[in-house]
Design a protein around this ligand. Structure first.
Ligand code: SAM
Length: 364
């Protein structure tokens, strides 16, 4: 499965859209804000630039996209004022896969520019915003054009479902859709290898595109244990697999379609990030953090149960992928079943994602 063809956050601003169901990712942006600010300050202190290239990779659409950019612009403005320098011209590149809802972002730009002006943008240099469709696992920008790269809640998506999840044409991860407690060793290794290859390709492309002394702040879902089968790193998929199997037992989907489906996702541990970084060699880590994030983002509670809220956040992200494997007609039932399973799970345990944030500096 090529991720570029099937991974697409739910469009628009309706009930099941990503825009209306991205509180988890919003929380992750907030908890990594200090790392972002620190990296921008350090970048500006060590590089005197009159045109600054900034990229957000895996920007999606909805409120989070421009929230990240306004935070970054505010930090650039405050830092240059503090340093007594004129604010550079700023080039902002918003990247995501080809099928991302870029129109939604572009339509919200007039309001964004208006707010910038009201917030004192006249004291800032000119700001130009560009959309850059394509995979961040390959080249996206001209050489030496970027000073700061940000990516949040995106790098846990692999470029493809790992090779090696089939033996002699038969699925080896039956009844599961990701690494699970009972998964064969070969499944764990296939996922880890795919992540290593993808993350190395990501670093290699950014290494060419970034100036020496430029910084990257990357936040992604990971794990705090070397064991990839711990509940923190995979239980949300375990429950989704159970929901799919319950539809299969009712004859609504075929069990073989579940057996042959695996998500192009991997939650790495910090050591796996470090080992890819060391091997690629262009970046040095300046800061690392691991934080627990509630499955529902810890936002305001409303009439919906926690299970329903979690199901909505997961649906907004993975529905396009599941539709292409199981059909649109079962999606409502699937996520109702999932919400019930999540509610049951949360009634006896406090489930968390682990968000890893790393800040990297490009070497000469
Ligand atoms: C959960 S969204 C996060 C969006 C946003 N950064 C936020 O924090 O709300 C993940 C985004 O990563 C994008 N993505 C996944 N793989 C990608 C790739 N190889 N290249 C570019 N974007 C990718 C997806 O299309 C999706 O929009």
């Amino acid at each position: 499965m090529q991720v570029e063809q099937v991974l697409r956050m739910n469009k628009g601003a309706g009930d099941t859209s990503y825009a209306m169901n991205s509180t988890v990712q919003n929380t992750i942006i907030s908890v990594s804000k200090a790392a972002t600010e620190e990296a921008i300050v350090k970048t500006l202190c060590s590089n005197c630039v009159d045109s600054m290239g900034i990229a957000d990779l895996g920007c999606s659409s909805g409120p989070n996209t421009l929230l990240v950019i306004s935070d970054i612009l505010a930090t650039v403005g405050a830092t240059t004022r503090h340093l007594g320098r004129p604010c550079p011209e700023i080039r902002v590149y918003l990247n995501d896969l080809f099928t991302n809802d870029f129109n939604n972002i572009f339509a919200s730009l007039p309001g964004f520019y208006r707010k910038l002006r009201q917030g004192g943008a006249s004291k800032m240099g000119p700001c130009f915003i560009f959309g850059v469709p394509g995979s961040f696992y390959g080249p996206l920008f001209p050489a030496n054009s970027l000073h700061f790269v940000h990516s949040s809640s995106s790098l846990h998506w692999l470029s493809q479902v790992p090779a090696g999840l089939e033996e002699e044409g038969r699925a080896v991860n039956k009844g599961k859709i990701y690494i699970s407690e009972g998964s064969p060793r070969s499944v764990l290794e296939a996922y880890s290898r795919q992540f290593h290859n993808d993350f190395s390709a990501f670093l290699k492309s950014r290494s060419r595109e970034m100036v020496t002394g430029g910084r990257m702040v990357l936040s992604l879902i990971g794990r705090d244990s070397s064991d990839p089968t711990t509940p923190h790193s995979c239980y949300q998929w375990e429950l989704l697999a159970q929901a799919l199997m319950s539809l299969a037992s009712q004859g609504l989907i075929q069990e073989e379609r579940v057996d042959s489906f695996d998500v192009p996702y991997y939650a790495p541990c910090m050591q796996e990030l470090k080992s890819a970084l060391e091997k690629e060699g262009s970046f040095v880590m300046e800061r690392e953090e691991a934080r627990e994030i509630d499955w529902d983002g810890g936002g305001l509670t409303g009439a919906a149960s926690r299970g329903e809220r979690v199901a909505r956040t997961v649906r907004a992200v993975v529905e396009s992928m599941l539709e292409s494997q199981f059909g649109t007609h079962v999606m409502d039932r699937l996520f109702q079943a999932y919400a019930r399973l999540v509610d049951r799970h949360l009634s006896h345990t406090s489930a968390k994602y682990i968000n890893l944030t790393v800040s990297l500096v490009k070497q000469a």
